[in-house]
Design a protein around this ligand. Structure first.
Ligand code: PLP
Length: 383
């Protein structure tokens, strides 16, 4: 008997795959994964549901594991912040104590304070420059140590090997927000970290058009712990963003070299201007942690900050006078951005010491000489 229209529409145009050999993974959208046979439905280890990721997510995770020198495990989260939050969450329960660098990305700090503290986790911030001195802060119930180097906004370089060695001696796992290095300017696992987190939103995406986070674990046991947490909360990266992030990863080293070169050119020019106070660029010799950066990093990127020796009104006028720099949050895209940081700097251990306004720029892929000309005209306008 001929099938009804509804039944025919449900079956039409399905099961087509080009079968062609293509350079990139298929962009697959699916919640349901169909099984050949009923016996397969509950078979352990079988890819049975879209939330666990399809071809694009799997290809991106493979590439990120390779980037991190054949790491054991990689998982995705819908944003960089979600990756930070779930990675921390995986390692703590009520009654635990956790140590978070005072220079951590603001929303990650807020997650700890607003979500973990009410859960009964004691959240303690530590001086990013503490180094091996962290040993004194580690307690019997310290469940995890969270690092970020260079720090958000203020770009302190942490003594990662010293902190991780102390953590290891106490059997405490270490999480690193590795967004600044994008996994290519530093080998955080070689320095002793157990888990690297990245906002792929930034340099890996590179085009300001996606939100995605990854968590990479050096060993299987840590990976399993995080995977269980991601599964429990129903966290998924999503195929489109994973596909775009993988595409970004292909050109990441080439883009990064250009961001680094232009960033340094612009930073050196700014350093010579009378309106500019302290420069916060770890690759400049004037950076207080420059020696640590030289020891641990192989390069820099286009993100840095500087002090503008002016009050808030002039600072806003300077930002408003910029023509090539967009005014907006995030960084790592092809287009240059600038923000003033003072309203969002949070510190628990030591207050942020700065004169004037801290301006953070993300140097994009425009020609450095045009960016300099733009900064020049904006500084001249407010003089
Ligand atoms: C932007 C950023 C995040 C958060 O990433 P989103 O994808 O925007 O949620 C986390 N850590 C650092 C260091 C960042 O700069």
């Amino acid at each position: 008997m001929a099938k009804k229209l509804e039944t025919r529409l449900a079956a039409a145009g399905r099961g087509k795959s080009s079968g062609l050999k293509l350079p990139n993974p298929a962009l697959e959208r699916a919640s349901t994964v169909l099984m050949e046979r009923a016996e397969h439905l509950y078979e352990p280890g079988r890819q049975a549901y879209g939330r666990m990721g399809l071809s694009a997510e799997a290809a991106l995770c493979d590439a990120l594991k390779a980037l991190y020198h054949d790491a054991a495990w990689c998982g995705l989260a819908p944003s960089g912040l979600a990756a930070c939050a779930f990675a921390i969450r995986a390692f703590c329960k009520a009654g635990d104590h956790i140590l978070i660098t005072d220079s951590a990305y603001g929303p990650a700090r807020s997650f700890c304070l607003n979500q973990l503290t009410p859960m009964g986790v004691e959240v303690e911030f530590y001086d990013p420059l503490i180094g091996g001195g962290i040993d004194n802060l580690i307690r019997e119930n310290t469940a995890v140590i969270y690092l970020e180097s260079p720090g958000s906004l203020t770009l302190e370089i942490q003594d990662v090997p010293a902190i991780c060695a102390a953590a290891q001696a106490h059997g405490v796992p270490t999480l690193m927000d590795d967004t600044w290095s994008a996994g290519i300017l530093c080998d955080m696992f070689e320095l002793g970290c157990d888990i690297a987190i990245q906002a792929l939103t930034k340099y890996t995406g590179g085009h300001s058009d996606l939100l995605l986070g990854c968590i990479v674990a050096k060993d299987e046991a840590h990976g399993k712990k995080i995977e269980d947490t991601l599964r429990a909360y129903g966290v998924a990266g999503g195929p489109e963003n994973a596909w775009l992030a993988l595409r970004g990863l292909r050109s990441l080293p080439a883009r990064m070299r250009q961001h680094e070169e232009s960033g340094l050119t612009v930073a050196r020019w700014l350093a010579g201007r009378p309106e500019i106070g302290r420069m916060t660029h770890p690759a400049l010799e004037s950076h207080p942690d420059h020696a640590l950066w030289l020891r641990d990093f192989t390069g820099s990127n286009g993100l840095f900050a500087f002090e503008l020796k002016m009050d808030e009104t002039k600072t806003l006028a300077f930002l408003n006078a910029l023509e090539l720099f967009g005014l907006g949050f995030s960084w790592g895209g092809f287009e240059s951005l600038a923000i003033h940081c003072n309203p969002q700097i949070r510190r628990d251990v030591l207050p942020w010491q700065g004169e004037g306004s801290l301006i953070r720029v993300s140097i994009g892929l425009e020609a450095a000489e045009d960016l300099i000309a733009d900064l020049d005209q904006a500084l001249n306008q407010i003089a």
